[in-house]
Design a protein around this ligand. Sequence first.
Ligand SMILES: NC(=O)c1ccc[n+]([C@@H]2O[C@H](COP(=O)([O-])OP(=O)(O)OC[C@H]3O[C@@H](n4cnc5c(N)ncnc54)[C@H](O)[C@@H]3O)[C@@H](O)[C@H]2O)c1
Ligand SMILES: *[C@@H]1O[C@H](CO)[C@@H](O)[C@H](O)[C@H]1NC(C)=O
Length: 431
Amino acid sequence: MEKSPFHHHYHHHHLHHAQRLLLRYPLPKFVLLSLLLVVALFFFFHFSPLSSPAPSGDRRSLRSAAWGGSLWEKRVRSSARVKAGRRGASVLVTGAAGFVGSHVAAALKRRGDGVLGLDNFNDYYEPSLKRARQALLERAGVFVVEGDINDGALLRKLFDVVPFTHVLHLAAQAGVRYAMRNPSSYVHSNVAGLVSVLEAAKSASPHPAVVWASSSSVYGLNTKVPFSESDRTDRPASLYAATKKAGEEIAHVYNHIYGLSITGLRFFTVYGPWGRPDMAYFFFTRDILRGKAISIFEGPNHATVARDFTYIDDIVSGCLGALDTAEKSTGTGGKKRGPAQLRVFNLGNTSPVPVSDLVAILEKLLKKKADRKVVKMPRNGDVQFTHANISLAQRELGYHPTTDLQTGLKRFVKWYLDYYSSGGKKSSYSL
Ligand SMILES: NC(=O)c1ccc[n+]([C@@H]2O[C@H](COP(=O)([O-])OP(=O)(O)OC[C@H]3O[C@@H](n4cnc5c(N)ncnc54)[C@H](O)[C@@H]3O)[C@@H](O)[C@H]2O)c1
Ligand SMILES: *[C@@H]1O[C@H](CO)[C@@H](O)[C@H](O)[C@H]1NC(C)=O
């Protein structure tokens, strides 16, 4: 075999063994090169960031290939079945292993509605927490299908098997600061994923009504308080907020073209048992217990940072109110028959609390002083305060939040201590 410079430099160390074999069984050089190319392509597609966390479009990943089959369809159908003798809804809940999704799915099932969950169990935060929520849902009779909302074939299959009356779309890449580290995950789940869900909804016959989670972050740099639905939302302060704002515009399109009934809910800082470990109330609790310093943000000129914290049970009742008042979509199988409902609501608590007060409440509940470090709020997406005007949701959804921060945090801390005292394995605490 002749030795080209390429051969010499590149193969010398790495392919010593292969080279020897090839010398013994000489092959044309292009065969060797093609083999190398195949190996390189294999590694590229399996380990490149392009192929994770999930493939886009209709390409089914090896993991989601687990769905299908008559046994699987039976589980799907039985989970989505309305309790005998009821006139309830049959709801596809995306993000069902998530914080809000698991609570709403459980509440729907309790009152007799049919519920099917969908979640990709990504590792943005500890997947074991999502698995523990899933275990509780399974016990309650809710099947959570493991798959990505971008998997169009899976969504079509689900709509084939079940004529869902409603979609409660909560799956998303959440978190404001993480968007600077992994921007594409926001585009994948919050933009492409939303389109994928709406495509599936508009292709189904009949069209389901869609209720989905937007965010208070769409108010961005607004300073007028409280935030009302009619206020401008064109100055997002984070990529997360921008993808939620994009979602609201995309909702308008699907409502306009296909007559899909769509309701967007702007949640304000939701907290409670089974909550999200990436949120301040959650990791403050963890860090206070561990004696680790916590950073409390302050605005320019020592201005306090405040949040309109909303307890999970109140959010659940808001979601149920939105589902119950959602009118039917007017179209079917991709055809519009007339104008359909398009709504957006704030779901907040109307009482912003300074983050320093949040810490004081946690200290009292945990019976432990926090090691506070006051730091300037970095300009990476967080806004200084949020405050919801909820009069529209009050009027239209019968939404009346009843839990103050003190009461809600007490329940959260109780859950936290119970859950983590067993190493995060116990799921005796219900949803
Ligand atoms: N918790 C809050 O304070 C808050 C505030 C405003 C808006 N929201 C919105 O409410 C919704 C629910 O939030 P949460 O706090 O329960 O978050 P969460 O992260 O606990 O739940 C979202 C779930 O969606 C799943 N998911 C993400 N991308 C997916 C994909 N591509 N395919 C399938 N599943 C996917 C995740 O695995 C997760 O279980 C989200 O849309 C979020 O943006 C939440
Ligand atoms: C709250 O919103 C309603 C519209 O839903 C509006 O009429 C009212 O003026 C707002 N209140 C405040 C204090 O901004």
